[in-house]
Design a protein around this ligand. Structure first.
Ligand SMILES: [Ca+2]
Ligand SMILES: [Ca+2]
Ligand SMILES: [Ca+2]
Length: 103
């Protein structure tokens, strides 16, 4: 047996299909990936990272035209088991199909 703490990583991905305009055809797919990391293996989660990727098919041809991704990372820096505002960081990116962006 070793006393070295062992990190535990749990990752869950959820996929949602969204009919934005309500015509019965799915226009957007949202994939949410949540990763929980217990760095020191004490049973308390120290890092939570959530990435949401939304792909939207604007013109309905079955190909995604807009892809938006947001990543939120929370790190329990002070180890109190809670994520305060200064321990949470978010970043995002959006990719729009070239000809749509040009209008
Ligand atoms: Ca921990
Ligand atoms: Ca399309
Ligand atoms: Ca904290």
């Amino acid at each position: 047996m070793s006393d070295t703490p062992e990190a535990e990583i749990t990752s869950v991905t959820e996929t949602e299909y969204i009919d934005i305009d309500g015509d019965g055809t799915v226009d957007a797919v949202r994939e949410t990936t949540t990763t929980l990391v217990d760095v020191d293996g004490d049973g308390t989660i120290d890092i939570v990272q959530q990435t949401i990727v939304t792909a939207v098919d604007v013109d309905g041809d079955g190909e995604a035209d807009i892809i938006e991704s947001t990543t939120v990372t929370a790190v329990d820096v002070d180890g109190d088991g809670e994520f305060s505002d200064d321990e949470i960081a978010a970043e995002g990116a959006i990719i729009v199909r070239e000809d749509l962006a040009e209008g």
